[in-house]
Design a protein around this ligand. Sequence first.
Ligand SMILES: [Fe+2]
Ligand SMILES: [Fe+2]
Length: 206
Amino acid sequence: MKELTDAVLMSNYDKWKNYVDTYCKSRKDYININQLCDEMGEYIATAPASNMESYHCCYVGGLIEHSLNVIENILFIRKYFDMKGVADLPSIESCVFVAAFHDVGKAGDGDRPYFIPEESQWHRDKLGRLFKYNTEQTYLTHAEQTLYLFSKYCISITAKEFQAIRAHDGAWVSYNDKYNLSTLKLLSYMLQFADMQALVIEKHKD
Ligand SMILES: [Fe+2]
Ligand SMILES: [Fe+2]
């Protein structure tokens, strides 16, 4: 399993928080966003992005590395769409907000982590399951957990941001069946592309 030093964990968190501060400061609930970041900072900085070795960023600090990739990708995609003349682009603020927070549910419910280390050596060796779902939580998918955290911290979001986060796993999961070409908004596509691009880069990087 990839291991990041404390210095790298801190620097990644600072980079991520800097994006949030730079682009989301004008949001009316910024003070609550900041509270979420303060109270969940350690969980956000150390959570893995997935629990299986065969998935992406399955290591302590993986969530932040993935989130940084998604932010960079969505900014790039927005620029590209703009160059191609795509109309009614979502604001940069909205793009960075959904990219930075789309997976924050993987950091936990605010009181406990979403993933905990798998202690069964058999599961680690045979299945590559290095982390497991923390059953002390009420079960929610990680996208739902993100939306729950916004509710918990009184962070209001637009319907488009809600859809983008709720549906960001796209066609990979059956519960997104209702989100399709006729119902998805532009921000949702952009987050799906940015997320997918990040997954591919993360999987195929040395
Ligand atoms: Fe996700
Ligand atoms: Fe993601």
